[in-house]
Design a protein around this ligand. Structure first.
Ligand code: NAP
Length: 476
């Protein structure tokens, strides 16, 4: 049994209330350990630690901060199996995907270390002969980060890397279901010598911790990854003290297959984009649009590929799809499928929960005859269900694809060069995959438009969200 503590000011601490909560393996429903049920007082102590460490950390050279991040990335790679095992235990994804997540998380730290030493200012030509004008960039101050369970390590690393590289200190609140992997990460940070207070971890009551992080004036920025509903609440609260916000929120990605697509690539892409992490990624294809002339062939091949996906415990080697995170998540998928079927959708394959397995498993499912009145076409599914619609023209499908409050990711498959350009220019999404089901890279900016968020993580400007611009006018 794991008994995770919190990490505040370089110390391992229990919650001030002394309360803990149980952690459940979603593949077995067995209790795997406990985590601290922290609250306001714990968040306040962590904020004080981050504030106390801020001057010292911001005062290091960028090269020194980069060295700490590189050392931590090395440790993560050395502990890859252990970290991946914790991810699979806590949230269920297949071990191979968890290993990939650890590698990606380490890469985010390395990328940030590289960017740390490239924070440039400007000397601006002045219109007054007796003045010299400078624009310099400095860290925003102590930062609060709140992260989800679906990529528990990489989503946190994508914030911690640039924040620390920029000179900010940080308080992290991970998701309720996945504290362990981040506690282990903090142990590695401690061993890497990152000074006390620079990184702090508080687990527990989300509303209490969130309220303190947002109302405490020492925190100058909130960086959040999670649902649009919670993101909106946090943004409202952040206005009170005009705290900086970065929001990586929900999505409802369209995936479009044009008649000139290479269908082998399109089918493989649809399977990967829809079913990776059991459909629990923010950039998962949520709606698949296929041009009518190739629809029958696409569906036949898609069905065959989906029926080969092995569902099971993420620790079993052959499992391609693990469980959903919770009973609540399973019920949401059930509701969306049942409601669609009631309204006339046809089940091509799948369509129900898997009762022979002990955890929260749902069959990989394909639906046809879907329409925009169905919940599945409007709300994020976060499960292994692919609704497929037919379309006739480019104009029609672009309108349907853009007809969403979300704007995170979109995919399309075509071999026509002109179409490759036309389509990405018309799609109102922050991340576009053209013949590419995995349009994410540490070197590329990740983030959404519309209700999918504000700001970008990763890429050449990844430190910008953690820096303030200061203008200096020197009269000589
Ligand atoms: P969530 O329910 O919004 O939770 C995310 C985090 O917010 C968790 O740590 C949660 O804590 C915390 N939280 C919840 N209510 C809060 C409150 N009132 N104040 C402060 N913190 C609060 O989302 P989730 O179910 O964990 O994650 C799935 C969602 O994340 C999906 O919508 C997905 O699309 C989105 N996502 C987006 C991206 C992206 O880059 N755009 C990446 C991954 C996931 P508890 O766990 O303790 O409740």
């Amino acid at each position: 049994m794991n008994q995770w503590l919190m990490y505040v000011n370089g110390q391992w601490v229990q919650s001030t209330s002394g309360r803990t909560y149980s952690l459940i393996n979603p593949a077995t429903r067995a209790v795997t350990g406990t985590a601290q049920q922290g609250g306001i007082a714990d968040a306040r102590a962590a904020i004080a630690a981050a504030q106390g460490a801020y001057k010292g950390w911001a005062g290091l050279t960028a090269k020194e901060r980069a060295a700490y991040l590189s050392k931590l990335a090395d440790s993560m790679e050395q502990c890859k199996e252990e970290l991946a095992g914790l991810i699979t235990l806590e949230m269920g994804k297949p071990l191979a995907e968890a290993r990939g997540e650890v590698a990606l998380a380490a890469e985010y730290l390395r990328w940030s270390a590289g960017e740390a030493v490239r924070v440039y200012g400007k000397v601006i030509p002045s219109s007054s002969p007796d003045k010299r004008l400078l624009s310099v960039r400095q860290p925003v101050g102590p930062v609060a980060a709140i992260t989800p369970w679906n990529f528990p390590l990489s989503m946190a690393a994508r914030k911690i890397g640039p924040a620390l590289a920029a000179g900010c200190t940080l308080v992290l609140k991970p998701a309720e279901q996945t504290p362990g992997v981040m506690v282990r990460f903090m142990e590695l940070a401690h061993e890497a010598g990152i000074p006390a207070g620079v990184l702090n971890l508080v687990t527990g009551h989300p509303q209490e911790i969130g309220e303190e992080l947002l109302s405490n004036p020492a925190i100058r920025k909130i960086t959040f990854t999670g649902s649009t509903a919670v993101g909106k609440q946090l943004m409202k609260a952040a206005t009170e003290q005009v705290k900086r916000v970065s929001m990586e929120l929900g999505g409802h990605a369209p995936l479009i297959v044009f008649e000139d697509a290479d269908l082998d690539i399109a089918v493989a892409g649809a399977v990967s984009s829809k079913f990776r992490n059991a459909g629990q990624t923010c950039i998962c294809a949520n709606r698949i649009y296929v041009q009518r002339s190739v629809a029958a062939e696409f569906l036949e091949r898609f069905k065959q590929a989906v029926e080969q996906l092995v569902v099971g415990d993420g620790f079993e080697k052959e499992s391609a799809i693990g469980p959903l995170i919770s009973e609540k998540a399973l019920n949401k998928v059930r509701l969306q499928v049942d409601e669609a079927v009631e309204k006339g959708a046809q089940i091509v394959t799948g369509g129900k929960a898997i009762s022979r397995l002990p955890g929260y498993f749902y069959e990989p499912t394909i639906l046809t005859a879907v329409n925009d009145t169905m919940l599945i076409m409007q709300e994020e599914t976060f499960g292994p269900v692919a609704p497929v619609c037919l379309f006739d023209t480019e104009e029609e499908v672009i309108e349907q694809a853009n007809h969403a409050v979300y704007g995170l990711a979109a995919y399309y498959y075509t071999r026509d060069l002109g179409r490759m350009f036309r389509i990405y220019e018309s799609l109102e999404y922050g991340i576009i995959g053209c013949n590419d089901a995995v349009p994410t890279a540490v070197e590329g900016p990740f983030g959404g438009m519309k209700e999918s968020g504000i700001g970008r993580e990763g890429g050449p400007d990844s430190l910008a969200d953690f820096l303030e611009t200061k203008f200096v006018s020197i009269r000589m």
